[in-house]
Design a protein around this ligand. Structure first.
Ligand code: 4AD
Length: 430
């Protein structure tokens, strides 16, 4: 019977065969302990000299790390093993003998590991982080499908920019100039006018010269957009969505969270509603905390966000930022035109901003005015203005950065470990 490590608890006291790699090994005289992995999980295989052929025992004792095999044995319960069961090995069929695997169980520096990312992904820790990433994606689709959203795919090659022109990756589109998408938002607004509630999930590109633990050059964003939904209603959707994802990860990634030694008590508290503070209030709070230089009208950096988040156990919305420091499409507060109806959601424990969102301008004349102020001209934007010409409605949307959310829920410090092959300021390899 051929099975996988994750399925093997269904075969207690039965003999099965698993295709596996050798993650680690130790042996003492007449017994060898093989740490096996097959992509679905990890299990210990115990090879006892007297129970197997001499050939199998020698193979088990001498096999190198990352060699591949079909391994056969009986699955038995074992409370000492972290998974609660292990394999009593009866036979090993070697598929490929690996030699000099560069990532040994000893400590390696980060640059070395990043150079070997294609192999580093096999480690228990990286495996756990990617499984959590996968659960966030799975539960995202579940949340939006269950709530009547349609998944819409905006283009990656675009002629227009959504988030300012300084961070665009330029590329040639035959004889035209094109960019890699910074955000699918403008297209998602068109989609919301066609389907009501939509969401996208795709890669985005920012030519940001930032070298911080929160910035990637290529990252993945989930961007919902909703017609007939105002700013406050959008905040409610955001807090329900984030709570749902956190609870799904707690429920379905218990093993991974324990491998990562994540403090789950902190995550268990994450439930809607989330606190909201205005940008004005955030400035006051920062001054009280000793940030004397910050002035009204300036954007927040990572230290400011961390200081604000310290006051809360839940993620916190900072709302109504000055219009000047935010994107052209955000709707001004009807009571105060110097601020816009927007919010950033700041994760607890110093993981920073995970969502940026806003209510969008729905008035054609105001949108044209904003366009001119931002120097956005040309036919690349004509279609976007037309959305305000034919049945314009109040609408809102937001973007959640997948990698920062993975970092927060996994408890890893740097976003480079939250995406399979990170693109960083100085890294395009592997
Ligand atoms: O705040 P941002 O720039 O918002 C937008 O792009 C909007 N158009 C979204 C929308 O309303 N549809 O980015 C949204 C989120 C941030 O909160 C952050 O989590 C993530 O995307 N993000 C990054 N993640 C990793 N590396 C970077 N360089 C990031 N820039 C933004």
């Amino acid at each position: 019977m051929k099975t996988t490590i994750s399925q093997s608890p269904q075969f207690i006291e039965q003999t099965v065969t698993i295709g596996a790699w050798l993650a680690n090994k130790r042996s003492s005289g007449k017994i060898a302990f093989l740490q096996l992995r097959d992509g679905t999980g990890f299990i210990q295989g115990v090879v006892v000299k007297n129970d197997v052929s001499e050939e199998t025992f020698q193979l088990a004792k001498n096999m190198n790390q990352e060699s591949s095999m079909y391994i056969t044995g009986k699955i038995v319960e074992d409370n000492r093993s972290p998974f609660g069961y292990e394999m009593q090995v009866s036979n090993i069929e070697l598929i490929h003998e690996a030699n000099d695997y560069p990532i040994t169980p000893k400590e390696h520096g980060t640059e070395f590991l990043m150079d070997h990312r294609h192999l580093w992904l096999r480690s228990k820790r990286q495996h756990a982080v990617m499984k959590i990433r996968n659960e966030i994606i799975r539960s995202t689709y579940q949340f939006f499908n269950d709530n009547g959203y349609v998944k819409i795919d905006p283009p990656i090659l675009t002629g227009s920019s959504a988030e300012g022109t300084t961070e665009l990756f330029h590329t040639k589109y035959f004889d035209e100039e094109a960019y890699l998408s910074q955000s699918g938002q403008l297209y998602m607004e068109a989609a919301a006018m066609a389907f009501g509630k939509v969401f996208s999930f795709g890669p985005t590109f920012r030519a940001e010269k930032s070298k911080t633990r929160r910035h990637l050059i290529e990252f993945w964003m989930i961007e919902p957009e909703m017609a007939f939904v105002d700013h406050n209603e959008s905040l409610e959707i955001q807090e329900q969505y984030v709570s749902f994802v956190v609870q799904s990860v707690l429920e379905n990634c218990k093993l991974e969270l324990s491998v990562l030694e994540r403090d789950t008590a902190k995550l268990e508290k994450i439930k809607a509603p989330f606190p909201r503070i205005s940008y004005d209030h955030a400035i006051e709070l920062l001054k009280e905390k000793g940030f004397d230089d910050i002035e009204w009208g300036e954007d927040f950096g990572a230290p400011h966000e961390t200081a604000i988040a310290e006051n809360f156990e839940q993620p916190v919305f900072i709302t109504n930022y000055p219009a000047e420091i935010k994107a052209f499409y955000m709707k001004p507060d009807p009571d105060r035109s110097d601020v816009v109806l927007c919010a950033d959601l700041i994760a607890p424990e110093g993981y920073g901003e995970i969502i940026g969102g806003s209510q969008r301008i729905d008035d054609l004349e105001l949108m044209k005015e904003r366009y001119e102020q931002h120097g956005l001209t040309g036919e690349a934007y004509e279609w976007y203005l037309e959305l305000r010409k034919y049945g314009s409605v109040p609408h809102s949307g937001f973007g959640l950065g997948l990698e920062r959310t993975v970092a927060w829920l996994s408890g890893v410090d740097h976003v480079r470990e939250t995406i399979p092959f990170p693109r960083l300021l100085n890294r395009l390899y592997p």
